[in-house]
Design a protein around this ligand. Sequence first.
Ligand code: PGA
Length: 270
Amino acid sequence: MADQANDSRRTLVAGNWKMHHDHLQAIRTVQELGLRLDPVDLKRVEVAVLPPFTDLRSVQTVLEDRSIPVVLGAQHCHDRDSGAFTGEVAAPMLARLGVRYVLAGHSERRLLFGQDDAQVGAALRAVLRHGMVPVLCVGETAEEREAGRTEERLSDQVAAAVQGLAEEQVAGMVVAYEPVWAIGTGATATAADAQAACAHVRGRLAAAASGDAAASARILYGGSVNAENTAELVGGPDVDGVLVGGASLEAASLAGIVAAAATVRPAARR
Ligand code: PGA
């Protein structure tokens, strides 16, 4: 499907900080990132950081004040715009902070906090409703993989989340293929497996929306990504970037991943 791709598929490197870095550490990290990123690489690669909620305002201010070309993201949101939902954060609150990307259905939310497909789909729609870009996270567990059910699991997760979306909504979204067994474990999918899974996801987007929409959507790989394995992973024609956890916490490491991703031509222009 890669040959149908168009220019919308600029490589994306997104750093998911999870529950790491208070706002002071976050400020220091993005300041250092601003110094380390090479402007030439940023012509090919878009960089986003997804800090904890308490850091968003501080990071937004630093990025703006210093004109650091890094985009702001968030890790989760509730599907309702306001209400009695203690501990939750609403999509319009994130939009007001200049957030562009919001994860929907990260495996840690699904497995540790019981988020189901229906909640993921509703949160994804809230993100779209407020003009931001959802990053739908999908991926199989080790047991599902061993049982040969990887594609089935990915199909189910994608279909549940994108069912009924307009073609242009699918075209503008990001999906992150993150095998659960590879997250935070040091075990990375092979580049061939990552490519096969991302191609499968793209096929499901095509089935749910259209071939054109699927060819415009960006599909990332995530799971123990680092500067050493990035170029090979992003080399897959259906792999449009990486979602990085642990290796995104230090500016030097994240900048190394961006530099590695920039050595690969985006699929759209291959
Ligand atoms: P990891 O996390 O890079 O630490 O494996 C990836 C993720 O959970 O998004």
